[in-house]
Design a protein around this ligand. Sequence first.
Ligand code: AMP
Length: 185
Amino acid sequence: MTIAVFCGSSSGNDSDFLDSTKELGKYFALNGIDVVYGGGKVGLMGALADSVMENGGKVHGVIPIKLKEKELAHTNITQLDVVENMHERKALMASKADAFVALAGGAGTLEEIFEVWTWGQLGFHSKPCAFYNINGFYDKLFEMLEGMCDSGFLKKDLLDMLIKTDNKDQLLKAIKEYIPPKNKW
Ligand code: AMP
């Protein structure tokens, strides 16, 4: 199984973010899960890739040329694909992945997981989307999303299709047992 991981190009200011990311990378490697990610060497992205590699796993990075030219690419991973732009990157990552997981991060991370979640809602794919919710990092976002349901902009079953957990075993179990909901339309 290959999991696409979206996470911060920064490490955050609490070491728990870094530690949990490294633990998850190790867990994926030890459970035979390959990782596809944005190909960066910085922040949680770099830490995740390092951890998977150090523990004998496989990491496929997909980086747009503009970021590679800024020397932000990870050079010690199993495979690095350099693509023209963000659209190509996301399409390639999505095609390689069996599931999508967001760790802590900023706007880039949110944009990536929301995009694949939206595609899932519309039935463009049937792959699970998950938030690995380190220290309740995403709790306020989930409150906002509940508010969208209350306001009639988001269907509850489409919110419930998101896997939300801070437990590695639960994360993998939920991914493996995922049943997609009925599409939005
Ligand atoms: P953010 O959550 O705002 O830190 O953005 C993280 C996302 O932005 C990543 O998943 C990548 O898509 C992209 N990104 C930012 N910096 C880099 C980098 N140095 N190398 C590769 N991708 C990056």
